[in-house]
Design a protein around this ligand. Structure first.
Ligand SMILES: [Zn+2]
Length: 79
């Protein structure tokens, strides 16, 4: 699908890490599926992905570790 932001390239499916920070704690979710424009770098998340990502980040931040990491597909990893 053409990027509607820059109109220079097609959006590509990629996997990227997403990071959230709250009160000095950092949560990282790896391998989040999304689309990205290789020209301008704009990213798009599906609604379902965004909702699950939000749940994961909230869960990680609530766990109490200074840095918490997990993979979007479900395997937790020690940071
Ligand atoms: Zn673009």
């Amino acid at each position: 699908m053409r990027c509607e932001r820059c109109d220079q390239a097609d959006r590509l499916p990629v996997r990227r890490a997403k990071v959230a920070e709250k009160q000095g704690r950092v949560a990282v979710v790896l391998g989040v599926p999304m689309e990205e424009c290789p020209a301008c770098g704009e990213r798009w998340l599906d609604w379902d992905v965004a909702r699950r990502l939000d749940d994961l980040l909230t869960e990680l931040l609530a766990a109490g570790a200074e840095v918490a990491t997990r993979h979007f597909d479900g395997t937790s990893e020690a940071a």
